[in-house]
Write a protein that binds this ligand. Structure first.
Ligand SMILES: [Zn+2]
Length: 428
């Protein structure tokens, strides 16, 4: 097991606190809900005291609102703190960054909505504990961190970048698909015979699955896990992926700032990572506190996703007691502009969800707006008169006659360069 050895040596050097924390998590997942809450409370208090001591931004903020983390008595005290947006994180990043002298810091950059990126430095424990959380999720599906894996990549690489990437991939026992032409798909699929899991954007996994099915490629794989990240996993993807690769896509939910928020278990429930994250649902939106983010405290951060948590008494059959995230409904997106009113882009999600619930019709879509009051709706499936009628009914429920729709069927939605967008607008 050369790859196990490489993993263990690499981890020891780069992420020394990973394995001990992994062992802790495997014990912790057996805890009762009350025990988990107690752990969370203690961790939160420590974390906020640390933030007050070493982050200029939070020291000032706590002073201004008269908040003293040392006197906290319950988890609910967290709600006394204001909710912070990505733009605020970007604007105040220098003051938020901790002044504590960490042994090791890792640079991290994520894109912002206004074009300016969010840059931060993450301490070793943050990075390692987050990886350990991911590997705990893998363990629920019988996957080891060093197992051979195939990765769906969505960006064009230069030749130089590819060579560098391939070297890094070797260390992680990983190969990836760079192009989405038939030759690449066939080559990728051949390699899957000796692969334990595949992962990437769910829309890309879906696109490749469709092609695998169209080409009639041999699907006798023995994959233990197909993991979708960074994107909503639409129910319509699952049949195609199941047919092509023999398993459904499971969800890992999180972001660079938040860390892993939830991971799907064998029973199909997305369990919250209570050891590392506090997730609140505020007006339907995800608000997250990352308990590992000591070097750049992320506290009550509005992630920009609409979510739905399961009721408190919901029990998953897998036996774990961490609460369950029922659904990630979609991004808090841009506005759809009507002739009179504006609508959240999530409205399309409801239109197409109703289409499934009320009429048992599944359509994949992409909405494009260039002019107020007009929408071009691209549908992947071919035209069908009855389905078309149902679609018009559902559209009318939400938009009335405020928007004129042009609907085109048999459209290719995915450019295979990054995430799949369900709403594209030049307005707003
Ligand atoms: Zn479960």
């Amino acid at each position: 097991m050369i790859h196990k050895l490489i993993f263990k040596l690499g981890t020891k050097r780069r992420n020394p606190s990973l394995l001990p924390y992994y062992d802790f998590l495997k014990q912790s997942e057996k805890k009762s809900y009350e025990e988990l809450l107690q752990y969370q409370f203690e961790k939160l208090k420590d974390f906020l005291v640390f933030a007050e001591s070493y982050s200029i931004y939070y020291k000032k903020l706590f002073e201004n609102i008269g908040f003293d983390p040392k006197t906290m008595t319950t988890l609910a005290d967290l709600e006394k703190l204001p909710i912070i947006s990505k733009n605020d994180l970007i604007k105040h990043s220098k003051e938020i960054q901790s002044t504590f002298a960490f042994n090791k810091l890792l640079y991290s950059e994520t894109s912002g909505t206004s074009g300016q990126p969010l840059t931060m430095y993450r301490n070793e424990e943050w990075d390692s504990h987050n990886r350990a959380t991911m590997f705990r999720g893998y363990s629920w599906h019988g996957v080891q961190p060093w197992d051979r894996n195939g990765y769906f990549w969505g960006y064009n690489f230069s030749f130089k970048q590819r060579i560098k990437t391939q070297a890094l991939d070797f260390l992680q026992n990983r190969f990836r698909i760079f192009n989405y032409n038939d030759d690449s798909i066939i080559r990728f699929t051949k390699k899957l015979k000796k692969t334990k899991y595949i992962h990437g954007y769910s829309s890309m996994i879906y696109e490749v699955a469709k092609r695998v099915n169209q080409l009639g490629l041999d699907g006798a794989f023995n994959l233990k896990m197909i993991k979708g990240t960074s994107e909503k996993i639409y129910p319509s993807y699952q049949n195609e992926v199941q047919k092509a690769f023999g398993k459904k896509i499971i969800s890992e939910y999180g972001a660079a700032e938040s860390g892993i928020i939830a991971f799907e278990c064998k029973q199909g429930s997305m369990h919250l990572n209570m050891e590392g994250v506090i997730l609140e649902e505020v007006d339907g939106e995800a608000v997250v506190t990352n308990l590992l983010s000591k070097s750049f405290p992320i506290i009550r951060y509005k992630l920009g996703d609409y979510i739905k948590l399961a009721p408190q008494d919901y029990k998953c059959n897998c036996g774990m007691n961490a609460p369950v995230l029922l659904e990630i409904e979609g991004r808090v997106g841009k506005k759809v502009i009507g002739k009179v009113n504006n609508y959240p882009s999530l409205t399309f999600y409801y239109v197409f969800k109703n289409l499934v619930l009320n009429h048992d019709v599944t359509l994949n879509y992409q909405a494009v707006q260039d002019v107020p009051g007009e929408i071009l709706l691209k549908i992947e499936q071919e035209f069908n008169e009855e389905n078309h009628k149902f679609l018009l009914v559902e559209i009318k429920k939400y938009f009335g006659s405020d928007i004129d729709f042009t609907i085109q069927y048999g459209e290719k939605l995915h450019a295979m360069e990054g995430k799949l967008k369900d709403f594209i607008t030049v307005l707003d």
